[in-house]
Design a protein around this ligand. Structure first.
Ligand code: NAD
Length: 352
């Protein structure tokens, strides 16, 4: 097969090192800024305050109001607060929800962003913003959304609870798996996807055994960067469509839903994308669906949609919504095949 592809690298500057978050001030100054507003969630408010204190005169304060699904009301409050304080950049400390708030502000005002990720979601390296208004989730892609600087400090992830580490890692891995069979994949995105999968295959078992293992934490965050970069670079398929449906219409938790669905969607697509998935299948021991399911089980990940709170009676409608406005998928889909896939995931059956 001869090669044919387009490739666009991300504009974000990546800084990766243990302890790197101690230098956030330096990066604020390198951006030409001097009045940073620190964003985080209520849960991470103490860490946000500590970061703001460390920034000293470079910080104008902290806004600890980020929440899941980036509600527009929160963004509007944050934009108003940033204007009141004459903030000239944001520092987003946290997971995908906090990153989402900074991106939503940048989309409206172009305010520069420094992101310090503390989960493996990968949002910090994409130009994608998901936000909700009146209970409806919409997604936009725009250059203004990409953060300028991402500071990966594995030391900040030592305390990420084991359960969240596992589901967040599987969430990241889903970006890589779908990247491998993306219609617009390129040699670089596929290399990054496989390297990201390998990083998680190596590190997540160690994190489960020893949550504060610095090498494992470093490797997992490296995997998160790689998998997030793949998400930002190429299109996603059936897996992400189903997870958006289950999150958006049934309020299922983001990372856990990805964790449950991944073995099923990968197994489903294996018959049409066997070659693209062969490297990943090798990493997980043979067949991709069964291999990922065994891996998730060994980590104690949730294995059923049932335990995430979805009712069996919701499956018909969920299959219908997931089949609407379909994304590209390597294997043709119809309502019945999505319904069968959801049933298997609801029950937690091991895919082939
Ligand atoms: P999250 O950001 O919602 O975090 C969950 C909870 O864990 C929060 O209370 C947070 O404060 C806490 N937390 C985060 N890091 C912690 C740490 N190290 N220690 C202790 N607690 C910690 O969860 P998430 O899975 O990172 O992000 C999910 C959100 O991100 C969803 O809304 C999803 O749609 C979005 N997302 C967007 C993209 C994109 O490209 N736009 C990509 C991935 C995810």
């Amino acid at each position: 097969m001869t090669l044919s592809f387009t490739y666009q690298g991300s504009a974000a500057r990546i800084v990766f090192a243990n302890g790197a978050s101690a230098n956030v001030g330096l990066w604020v100054e390198k951006l030409g800024c001097s009045r940073a507003l620190v964003l985080t969630t209520p849960h991470q408010a103490a860490d946000g305050r500590a970061l703001s204190d460390r920034l000293g005169a470079l910080s104008v304060g902290i806004l600890a109001e980020a929440s899941m699904h980036t509600p527009v009301e929160v963004t509007e409050r944050a934009v108003a607060r940033a204007a009141e304080l004459a903030a000239d950049c944001v520092v987003s400390l946290g997971g995908g929800s906090t990153t989402g708030l900074g991106k939503a502000m940048a989309y409206r005002t172009n305010i520069p962003q420094i992101v310090v990720p503390t989960t493996y979601a990968g949002s910090e390296v994409t130009n994608i913003l998901g936000q909700t208004e009146g209970g409806r989730k919409t997604t936009v892609r725009h250059e203004s959304i990409i953060p300028e600087i991402v500071i990966y400090d594995p030391a900040l992830t030592l305390g990420l609870p084991v359960g969240m580490s596992v589901t967040s890692g599987l969430n990241a891995m889903a970006h890589a798996i779908e990247g491998l069979y993306a219609e617009d994949r390129n040699p670089v995105s596929s290399l990054m996807a496989l390297e990201g999968l390998r990083a998680f295959a190596d590190s997540l078992p160690d994190i489960v055994r020893e949550p504060r293992n610095p090498e494992a934490r470093s490797k997992a965050l490296y995997g998160a960067w790689l998998c997030g970069t793949v998400l930002g670079a190429v299109g996603m398929a059936l897996h992400h469509k189903i997870c958006h449906t289950l999150g958006g219409s049934y309020d299922l938790p983001h990372a856990e839903t990805h964790a449950v669905m991944l073995p099923h969607t990968a197994g489903f697509n294996a018959s049409a994308a066997g070659e693209a998935l062969s490297g990943a299948a090798e990493i997980f021991g043979g067949t991709i669906g069964g291999g990922l399911w065994d891996f998730a089980k060994s980590l104690g990940a949730p294995l059923t949609l049932h335990e995430l709170g979805l009712e069996e009676s919701d499956l018909d409608r969920a299959a219908e919504i997931a089949g609407q406005n379909p994304y590209y998928n390597p294997r043709p889909i119809d309502r019945a095949s999505i319904r069968a896939l959801l049933q298997a995931a609801w029950e937690g059956r091991r895919p082939d």
